[in-house]
Design a protein around this ligand. Structure first.
Ligand code: ZN
Ligand code: FE
Length: 267
């Protein structure tokens, strides 16, 4: 029986260890130390490393982890084809599928945060490892991609089965919810989520994973078709430029998303 364990790292990163009590797969090991610690404590043998994008807080521990395992040639390091990933053995693009621990992961291209960012979708298990693309009630910053690319990437994740559990790489949830409430103060599902997630954080419980269904109801970066979000984006666009850029009749998902992303950058 496979399960997913949370390994906190740095200030607010989550590294993920998928394991069956004997063998383990690590997702986005930005730091090797807490992973080595976890593997040792639970007597787990590393069999593969999955990476979503090239940022150091996601791949910084790959080399040290391989050194620790001594059998570095036998451990595949999966990563996006279009990025530089240390020690990568398998270059992945959308349409590829890999199998580890009996779990099949479909690869989804999700450019925007970085140019080659990928996500891993375990369809049967209902798990998504999405790195810095989709966050709980938020999304990654556009460091290398455009708003149009990111909106298209998020639309793919939004279309996954509603009960899919998304494992993102950071605990940014409370700050994201604060922003989401500024966009949609009257969203009842969002108000409810603010209470639920605040209670978790008070007890230091991760708010990740989360369901796609809950994101669709509460995450302003997926709600480009919600009248309240379109309206808020329109008011923001008008106040920033003096020109009404978007409204219910001419709004496009990309325009709404771009406006909300820009708003959050300055929030
Ligand atoms: Zn990143
Ligand atoms: Fe990150």
């Amino acid at each position: 029986m496979n399960k997913v364990a949370t390994v906190p790292a740095f200030k607010d990163n989550y590294l993920w260890v998928i394991h069956n009590d004997t063998h383990a797969v690590v997702v986005d090991p930005g730091d090797a130390t807490p992973i080595i610690d976890f593997l040792s404590r639970h007597n787990l043998q590393l069999v593969a490393i999955l990476t979503t994008h090239h940022h150091a807080d996601h791949v910084g521990g790959v080399e040290a982890l391989l050194d620790f395992c001594h059998v570095r040639d036998q451990i595949p390091v999966y990563g996006p084809a279009n990025e530089r990933i240390p020690a990568r053995t398998h270059a992945l693009v959308e349409g590829d599928a890999i199998t580890e621990l009996g779990i099949t992961f479909d690869i989804i291209d999700v450019p925007g945060h970085t140019a080659g960012h990928i996500a891993y979708h375990a369809k049967k298990e209902g798990w998504l490892f999405c790195g810095d693309t989709l966050f709980a009630c938020g999304c990654g910053r556009l460091f290398e991609g455009t708003a149009a690319q990111m909106q298209f990437s998020l639309a793919k994740l939004k279309a996954l089965p509603p009960h899919t559990l998304a494992y993102c790489a950071h605990e940014y949830t409370m700050a994201n919810i604060k922003f989401a409430l500024a966009v949609e103060p009257d969203n009842v599902a969002l108000q409810q989520r603010a209470r639920t997630d605040a209670a978790k954080r008070e007890k230091n419980i991760p708010t990740v994973p989360f369901t796609i269904e809950n994101e669709i109801a509460t995450n302003p970066f997926l709600r480009w078709d919600s009248p309240a979000v379109i309206n808020a984006a329109n008011i923001k666009a008008r106040s920033q430029s003096g020109v009404s850029g978007i409204n219910a009749s001419n709004s496009t998902p990309v325009l709404v998303f771009a406006e909300i992303r820009e708003w959050k950058n300055n929030f």
